[in-house]
Design a protein around this ligand. Structure first.
Ligand code: SF4
Ligand code: SF4
Length: 535
């Protein structure tokens, strides 16, 4: 008698309702306020460097000066260990939000400057609220030069702040402003209007593209700026009393450690969200952990406020749906499992729990099947997904009516339902059926195809096998396409070792809108297989 499988699908019965929000800036506060307004307890957790909360009525607890030292558990039931000086705090949370402010670093070095009483960053200028000390220029008045994105473009959000501050100073009756820029991008909302308003108010805009000004500090602390003129080639000089430099924006220094502890993927810059076009704007690779505002690279104040509203809605929807899982179940067969931990290592969504028995946490699992294909003991089963049976089934049932000339199995195509499945449907709708002799096996993710599946297709008589995944950085399960390629590479090596041309196994990527290209790829591959057969 087959041993009973584990009751692997588990949902927390009554998750505690305190959402932990890392950060305490305006975005984090707004998320907390939104959640509290819907009756969800929230707790802000920020580093020691966090400024005091501004404004009233956030309604959430605030833990200041804490660091995350450990996180266990899964969506709906995270357990966090936090350290506040010498004390450890423990929190349970159904959901976590990363909402750290972005980190601003003044860009002195690119302009050959050092910070000083007359050289300041845009953040420092903003803190003065436009109230610069009077200059000691004969006749009064102050000249301020803004240095914005010379050789490296300034981020649009920073350029907008520079423009707004410049306009504010220019409107001060005794201040003259010079906006010295490289390739000024006015993509941020309202930036173009600020440029026009500043010009009308008297700001002088100077643009440099190939050669840039040099700055000399005079004995009295003022600056002489030698400017090349790219049009007339006649250099000119400016004297200013103050210089304001732009800033680079990047992830908050705490984010790297938070992402590591929470097992969240970061993008190439370090923001807490991988470069994945399929992912909802506030989602991460782990269900129940969200990212917002400066933590995901939304850097302007407008974007951060919009993000705060969006992530609060996402968290509310997530909490509402907890326990109402309608996706197919995943089971791990206790008797077969050898506790090799391969599934735990492979799961891109961190949904495999190591307990007395290995189990899949339903609330965290996204049904990609990567673990299933990687399990050496074939102990993992996804309800309703039996790829081996699908292969056999489509061999028995040709795509065209049995007996049609030329419809013997020639090429078997495996494709991810999210991309290739859509492309195939598109091709069908536009009257482009798959060519004769081709069988298509749709799977939840390219990563759920194992070497065994590929070899089974060859054993069944396929002369060529094609594996279609999503494009790079486009896999909803992050690693599914890369895992699929690795497995196909290993299978190709096995084929070659067995004296079969490795070219009979072809891996490619397909996007959902590539209906025509998908059919063309299959035709091209089938042609190559026919040529190999003819050799
Ligand atoms: S990969 Fe398979 S055998 Fe290994 S721990 Fe996971 S379920 Fe068990
Ligand atoms: S690898 Fe995919 S199917 Fe397996 S547990 Fe993780 S999310 Fe679920």
């Amino acid at each position: 008698m087959a041993e009973k499988t584990t009751s692997a699908i588990r949902n927390p019965a009554s998750p505690p309702q305190e959402v932990i929000i890392f950060g305490s800036g305006v975005c984090a506060q707004k998320i907390a306020r939104n959640l509290c307004g819907h009756g969800i307890s929230a707790c802000l957790a920020s580093g020691a460097d966090a400024p005091p909360l501004r404004g009233q009525g956030v309604g959430a607890q605030w833990l200041r000066g804490v660091e995350l030292t450990a996180c266990r558990g899964f969506a709906g039931n995270f357990e966090l260990k936090l350290r506040q000086r010498e004390t450890f705090l423990y929190r349970k949370a159904p959901a976590i939000v990363l909402a750290e402010d972005p980190h601003h670093a003044p860009a002195y070095a690119p302009y050959g400057l050092k910070p000083g009483s007359r050289v300041m960053s845009i953040s420092q200028l903003e803190e003065t609220r436009g109230d610069l000390p009077a200059a000691d220029r004969p006749g009064g008045g102050t000249r301020v030069a803004f240095f914005c994105g010379w050789e490296n473009d300034s981020h649009p959000a920073v350029a907008r702040r520079m423009l707004a501050a410049c306009l504010q100073l220019q409107q001060h009756s005794r201040t003259s402003t010079y906006f010295m820029t490289g390739n000024l991008k006015v993509a941020a909302r309202g930036a173009e209007g600020l440029v026009e308003a500043a010009k009308r108010s008297g700001t002088i805009f100077l643009k440099f593209t190939r050669r840039f000004p040099t700055v000399q500090t005079l004995a009295d602390g003022h600056f002489k700026i030698d400017c090349p003129d790219e049009l007339t080639r006649a250099p000119f000089q400016l004297e200013t009393d103050r210089i304001v430099v732009d800033e680079t924006i990047g992830p908050h220094p705490r984010l790297e450690e938070l992402a590591r502890r929470l097992e969240i993927r970061q993008d190439g810059i370090g923001f807490a969200q991988s470069d994945n076009v399929r992912r909802l704007s506030n989602a991460t690779n782990r269900r129940g952990i969200f990212t917002a505002g400066g933590s995901r690279g939304a850097l302007s104040a407008d974007e951060q406020m919009a993000d705060a509203d969006q992530v609060a809605l996402n968290v509310l929807a997530f909490l509402k749906d907890l326990g109402a899982d309608t996706l197919p179940g995943m089971e791990i067969h206790r008797g077969r499992c050898a506790r090799c931990l391969t599934c735990h290592r492979l799961c891109p969504h961190k949904a495999i729990e190591i307990g007395p028995h290995m189990s899949v946490v339903s609330a965290a699992c996204q049904r990609c099947g990567i673990c299933m294909a990687g399990c050496p003991a074939r102990a993992i089963h996804m309800e309703g997904v039996q790829i081996g049976a699908k292969i056999k089934n489509c061999i028995r049932k040709p795509t065209r009516s049995s007996g049609e000339k030329g419809d013997h199995l020639q090429v078997m195509v495996f494709g991810c339902a999210r991309s290739t499945g859509q492309a195939r449907a598109l091709a069908r709708l536009s009257g482009q059926p798959l060519p004769s002799g081709v069988r298509f096996v749709e799977v939840p993710c390219g990563g759920c195809i194992s070497s065994r599946h590929l070899l089974t297709a060859f054993e069944a008589g396929a002369r060529g096998v094609m594996l279609c995944t999503c494009h790079t950085d486009n896999c909803q399960s992050d690693t599914g396409n890369r895992v699929a390629r690795r497995r196909a590479q290993a299978t190709g090596d096995q084929l070659t070792a067995a004296g079969i041309e490795g070219d009979r196994l072809y891996v490619t990527s397909v996007a959902a809108n590539m209906g025509t290209e998908f059919v063309a790829m299959i035709n091209g591959f089938a042609e190559r297989i026919r040529a190999l057969d003819a050799c």
